[in-house]
Structures are given as structure tokens and as C-alpha cells.
Design a protein. Structure first.
Lengths: 103, 195
């Protein structure tokens, strides 16, 4: 990608694992850590780091609660995260459309 | 280069969304299990009535209702996969509302003298029709809506005919309005269609 185009894409979303997490969360009300881990095929530590980054940016919210004796982390996309994700998709689409227009 | 990576990312996003939606799809186990239990219970009730064991009719109805409630709860637990969606939540709450209403219609109101026991199958069928129709609306599956219509037609036939004919109407409605939608839902889930 050209540097201009890279600048337009949100670096917080662009990382593959964070992109996968947001794609899942766009579709549902919430998803737990285990589901996200399975979907992204990331390790616990890696996924935790990415989720923390998304949470710090205000793109997702995380709630921890006990189900029986097990603590479970549930993640949900925030309105801000949703808006930024849509913007990201539009940017990708614009790149594809531009390329198609040139060829 | 830029376009190919963008296309790759877009296709990855599409794939993740499709997979997640597939994971939130309702299976047909709920309808299949409830349909089979209610069908067995209906046949049992018919046989009890025909052979003069009237005193076993009420315990059989109670057993059937309890089995359905427990099974519905267990299936709900089993189908939890870490995802929460509005469709899924509303689906289960719709059936909880219909289940509670069906219990009142079957056990409480006839005992309170609001209507005769013979009216119970028709009234309960109306509630099942509402549940199935709403399930169809929530999951955007037309055949579930038609299943709801089958229950409403069945309710009308039961109200019009009564007596022994009610048994056959109920059997037909259970097969067409519950077991068949359950089979179709399972088939859709296996194929991976998203509602």
C-alpha cells in the first residue's frame, strides 16, 4: 500500500488479530474471551494485549463476571469502535475501487 | 499491491462476519426435542383416554410440560457458545413467554373455570403459533412463520371439530409445525446458511 493510503487506515484496527476481533464483535451483542481466542487462533497473552489496546482506544468494552466459579471476560464493540470499523472498511473499499478505476 | 491487500482484508472481514453469524444460528434441536416429547405425550394421552385411565391424564400432562421445560432449558444451556446476540436472546425470551403462558392456559385457567379443559389444545396451539411466527420473524426464516400459521390453522380446526378428531389434528400440527421446522433448521445449520 502507498504511504498515503496507509495513513488513512486506522493502525489500531489494521493489525490482523484486532481486525478479526472487531469483525466478530460487529456481528454480535458480545463475545467471550474463549470464543475470540478460538476465532482468532491467538494465544491468551497475545489476545489479551490486543484486547487491552482496543479497550484503551475506546473501541471495545470489557466486562469480567463469574459464571459459576469461573471468571469470564465478555467483550462488546462500542459505538465509537463501530464507527471507526465502518470507516476502516470504507477506506479499504475506496482503495479497491480506485484500483479498479485505474485498470 | 495496495488493492490486493485491501481486497484480502475485506475478504477476511467478510469471512469472520459470516462465521460468527453461522455460530449464532439457532439449531433445530429445540423444536425437534419438544416436538417429539409432545407427540409422544399426545399419543400417550389419547391411549389413556381411550382405555379409560382418566386419572393418569393430568399426571401425564404435567410430566410432558415438565419434560419440555427441563429440556428447553438444557438445550438453551448446551447451545451457549460464548456469543450473545439480540436475535438469540429474543428467541429464547419469546419461547419463555410462550411457555409460561401455555402453562397458565393449560393448568391454571381451566381449573379457575374460565373455560372447559377441552378448549386447552386450541388455546395452547394459538400460543405455539405466536412463538413460532415470532421465531421466524427474528431469524428471518419464512418456513418458521409458516409453521406458526400451521398452529393457527390447527387451533381453528380443533375449535371446530373437538373430540377424537382433535388428536389427529394435534398430531398433524406437531409434525408439520414443530418437528418439520426442527429438521429444516438442522439442515440449514449443517449447510452453514446464516439467518
Amino acid at each position: 500500500m502507498s504511504s498515503d493510503e496507509i495513513m488513512k487506515l486506522d493502525p489500531l484496527i489494521h493489525a490482523p488479530i484486532r481486525l478479526s476481533v472487531l469483525s466478530v464483535l460487529m456481528t454480535v451483542q458480545s463475545a467471550d474471551f474463549a470464543y475470540l481466542k478460538k476465532s482468532t487462533q491467538a494465544t491468551d497473552g497475545n489476545l489479551s494485549t490486543h484486547l487491552s489496546k482496543l479497550e484503551a482506544a475506546g473501541y471495545i468494552s470489557m466486562t469480567k463476571r463469574f459464571e459459576g466459579k469461573k471468571p469470564k471476560t465478555h467483550c462488546a464493540i462500542t459505538p465509537q469502535g463501530r464507527a471507526r470499523f465502518i470507516q476502516y472498511i470504507e477506506s479499504l473499499q475506496a482503495i479497491v475501487d480506485k484500483q479498479k478505476g485505474l485498470s | 499491491m495496495a488493492a490486493s491487500q485491501a481486497e484480502q482484508n475485506l475478504s477476511m472481514i467478510r469471512e469472520m462476519i459470516e462465521k460468527t453469524r453461522r455460530d449464532t444460528t439457532q439449531s433445530g434441536h429445540f423444536f425437534l426435542a419438544m416436538g417429539c416429547i409432545t407427540l409422544a405425550g399426545t399419543v400417550g394421552l389419547h391411549l389413556l383416554e381411550r382405555s379409560g385411565f382418566q386419572k393418569w391424564v393430568l399426571p401425564t400432562v404435567v410430566l410432558m410440560a415438565a419434560s419440555n421445560a427441563v429440556l428447553g432449558f438444557l438445550i438453551g444451556l448446551r447451545e451457549r457458545n460464548g456469543l450473545k446476540s439480540y436475535t438469540k436472546t429474543l428467541f429464547w425470551q419469546t419461547w419463555m413467554a410462550c411457555g409460561v403462558s401455555a402453562l397458565l392456559v393449560t393448568f391454571l385457567f381451566p381449573r379457575a373455570g374460565l373455560y372447559p379443559v377441552s378448549a386447552v389444545p386450541a388455546l395452547a396451539s394459538l400460543l405455539m403459533g405466536i412463538g413460532l411466527f415470532l421465531s421466524g420473524a427474528l431469524t428471518e426464516l419464512t418456513f418458521l412463520k409458516w409453521g406458526g400459521a400451521v398452529w393457527w390453522v390447527g387451533a381453528c380446526l380443533m375449535a371446530a371439530t373437538g373430540g377424537n378428531a382433535n388428536f389427529w389434528v394435534m398430531v398433524a400440527v406437531l409434525v408439520l409445525g414443530w418437528i418439520l421446522p426442527g429438521i429444516l433448521l438442522n439442515r440449514l445449520q449443517r449447510k452453514g446458511r446464516t439467518p
